[in-house]
Design a protein around this ligand. Structure first.
Ligand code: CU
Length: 119
């Protein structure tokens, strides 16, 4: 009984160590997903952070401030619906159900670009 339990613990530890050893990004482990996937559309005309990694199925909040912005995703399978119009002082969420790299831009300020990396 004792040896069986010890063996299970060792196997679990080994698995965790192996998961940590490969990659180094930390993804693919059993670590909880980062809390609060938020992209700020700032008054200084940037999406911050410019690149946001999330796990499949997670929701991203686009937080709009005092300057109007919108979010238009590059057309591709799995891309969520655009956030059209002039959005100010509002937070709008989108869920990313499919792994992939999703680029988006603000049509009011074409220099504003961002990326959501879903893995
Ligand atoms: Cu904008």
């Amino acid at each position: 009984m004792m040896t069986r339990k010890t063996g299970l613990v060792l196997a679990t530890l080994t698995g965790a160590l192996l998961a940590m050893a490969c990659g180094g990004t930390g993804y693919g482990t059993t670590a909880p997903p980062p809390a609060g996937n938020t992209v700020a559309a700032t008054p200084s005309l940037t999406f911050t952070p410019g690149t946001l990694p999330v796990n499949v199925g997670e929701t991203v909040t686009f937080a709009f401030g005092s300057v109007p912005h919108n979010v238009f995703f590059t057309q591709q399978a799995g891309a969520p619906a655009d956030i059209a119009g002039n959005n100010t002082n509002v937070s709008i969420t989108r869920t990313f159900a499919t792994a992939g790299t999703y680029r988006y831009t603000c049509h009011i300020h074409p220099s504003m670009q961002g990326t959501i990396e879903v893995r």
